[in-house]
Design a protein around this ligand. Sequence first.
Ligand code: ATP
Length: 235
Amino acid sequence: MLKVNNLQVYYGGIHALKGVSIEVHKGEIVTIIGSNGAGKSTLLNTISGFLKYKDGEVTYLNSKLPLNPSKVVKLGISHVPEGRLIFANLSVLDNLLMGAYLRKDKANIKEDLENTYTLFPRLKEREKQIAGTLSGGEQQMLAIGRGLMSSPELILLDEPSLGLAPLLVKTVFDIITDIRKMGKTLLLVEQNAYKALSIADRAYVLEQGKITIEGSAKAIAENPKIRDAYLGSKK
Ligand code: ATP
């Protein structure tokens, strides 16, 4: 579904991605794990068209990416960014509808809104609340819900568990599993390697802009090097 080949990305003189290659197949949850500054957000931002790459290739179905971000959304890719970036002054409902802004199939939006509310009953309860007044966990649910409202096939999720209490972290990972059951494909970037590997099919380890290890999530979780570097605390 998505193929990234030998991607090279620079911020001025900083070489952030040094020949990254990954693949995501339909129906999978694929996770990229790595420490701070490894290049995880850079990879997602490049796929979704916010950053340009110097060399390499990104293809989604039969299209070469990046186009501009709105064209990437129209192709069926939704990006839920790190830090959520919800519209703080808009209501929960308006935030969700903003996610559907580029859709041509307006008739199906209501049904997707109902599906989103089924997945996140809390958002239904808070439909009229100003988004900036939601709790951190509720804002994360809203960001994911908004991502679903563009009716994507592939969802890029950047650090969905960041800053959440342990109980909410579990809820968010359960929801990611439910989204896959809805037939969606997910590319998940996480520092919480233990949780990410527990729900993913395959994983890549990104270190200082390079993929150093790849394989099934199970094999990576059992890899002694990964256990030492990323799974020590099992939180
Ligand atoms: P984190 O988990 O901390 O968010 P990350 O793996 O997502 O980290 P990136 O945000 O992709 O890492 O950053 C990769 C590298 O690129 C880092 O060294 C970072 O300092 C650098 N970088 C990111 N954005 C910019 C920018 N706008 N200008 C210059 N350097 C940047």
